[in-house]
Every structure is written in structure tokens, then in C-alpha cells.
Design a protein around this ligand. Sequence first.
Ligand SMILES: C[S@@+](CC[C@H](N)C(=O)[O-])C[C@H]1O[C@@H](n2cnc3c(N)ncnc32)[C@H](O)[C@@H]1O
Length: 278
Amino acid sequence: MYDLLNRFAVKPIPFCQYTTPELWTRPHIAQQMLAYHLDGSNDIASRSSSAIEAITSWIDDRFSVHGKAVCDLGCGPGLYARQLAQRGAKVTGFDISSCSLAHARQLCADLDTEPRFMSGNYLNDPLPTDQDLVLLIYADYCALSPQQRAHLLAKMRGQLRAGGHIILDVFSDLIFSQLSESLTIEPNLMGGFWAPAPYVGLQRSWLWPESMLALDHYLIANENEQFEIYNWMQYFSPEDLRRELASFGFEKVQMVDILTGEALGDEQPREFAAILSL
Ligand SMILES: C[S@@+](CC[C@H](N)C(=O)[O-])C[C@H]1O[C@@H](n2cnc3c(N)ncnc32)[C@H](O)[C@@H]1O
């Protein structure tokens, strides 16, 4: 217990632990996440239904997805996969959460061109190749360390056919500037999100302003077990993301408004997407 509390009390080294898979695969948390995904009125695990419709619409306008091979990495419960398949794309959804994938399969079962859904960890497992478009949507990129980001982008590049594109989105420095550090300890922290009640949850939020990195570190304890979740979030300005992508070998990059697909203007965005071309 001392070791656990001591670890929790000390500011950790950036990206010292990668617990994202646990966040999406622990059965209790996975069910809660699925409920958030499916509540089309909030932006917690997926964007709202209207935002998803707007995004798939500009992707189709720009890339004419009919007949194209589109891989949605971290597809969750198939909200984008369904809309892209309805537009005639040959979609492969790839995700680590069997709970979300089960829902995705059900959601798309009535479609003429049913997407294929694959279970796996996109950092470790082989990914589908011969793709025209590879998506990584809703800031999955931001949860990864610089080494993981370089590794995943190299894998995504390997998925593409000649002339293919990658679309990924991130949260911006504007959101980071509104964050603060905090410590919370509560019975059944976040209303039972983390485990079947009763439990005690601690949340320590840390910031690294010099690198625009944030961490929500959770410690959850009930009578039977304790576990920790490290929720890293790397924020980017458009210039920082462009520099990083160039350092990973992607020179042809356009930064766009995630909701419209239009080139970013002068206004500082809260979130934005990058379209990477080979
Ligand atoms: C923030 S959600 C976004 C889901 C979907 N893109 C959307 O916007 O509706 C992140 C998704 O990525 C999946 N995921 C996270 N890490 C993963 C990994 N290493 N390999 C495969 N899937 C992962 C999660 O299971 C979850 O479904």
C-alpha cells in the first residue's frame, strides 16, 4: 500500500506507463465507455452523432469513399464505420475492445456492404493493408508517447496503397491552456464509472506546460483489488503537429477543421485534423 500511495503522490515521468488498453477492456469500464459512445448527445467517448455525420460527409466529399478501402483504427462501436459503409466504402474497423466490436457488428448487420471488424492492439498486431484511407479519430494519437506515435504512424503508412491518405485528429494547445492540476478523492469517483460500487477513487491531474502534456492518474480501490489508470493526453498546436509529422517523414500534411474538412483559418482551433498524403 505504501508503494502504491507513494507512486500516486509523486509526479511521474512522462509516459512511464501505458494503460490505455485497460481503460477500454476492463469489463466494467468498457461497458461504461460503450454507454458514453452510444449517447449521441455527449462528446465523451465519441463525438456527438451530428458531428460524426459532418465528419464522414466531408471525408466522402473529399475522398469519394465509394468502393475505396477504408480502415478505421480504434473504431469503437462502429459509428464512423457504419456511415462510411453506407456511403459505399469497404470498411475495416479495428479495435481492442471486444465490447465495442460486438456492438459495431450488430450496428452494421443490416448494411449491404457490411464492414469487417477486427480485434487487436494497433501498436502490436498486424494491420490490414491495401487501404486507400486510414483513420485514427478522436485523439487516439494524443494518448500515445512520442515513440508510440512514430511507431504507429510507420505502421499506418505501411497500410496504404500508393496515393493513399491518413486522417488523424488531435486536441489543441487552446484546450491545454484551460487545464489545471488537481487532486480528488471520492467514494465511487465519477459516479460508479470505474468499478462496481463500493470503491474509493483518487484522481491526480498533472500538467507539463513546457511540452503541453497532461496526465489524469487514477487509483481505484475496493475490497478486492486496486488498480491504476494513466490517461496521458498530448496537446498540439498545428505548428507542433506539423513539425512532429515531418520528423516522422510526412511532409505532405494539411491541417483542417475536424468538423468541416476546410483548411484551418487564423482562429486558434480547440481540435483539428491532419490529412497526411504519401
Ligand atoms: C476515444 S475512442 C474513439 C472511438 C471512435 N474512433 C470514435 O470516435 O467513435 C478510442 C478507441 O480506440 C480504441 N483503442 C485504444 N487504444 C487502442 C489500441 N492500442 N489498439 C486498438 N484499439 C485501441 C478503444 O477501444 C476505443 O474504441
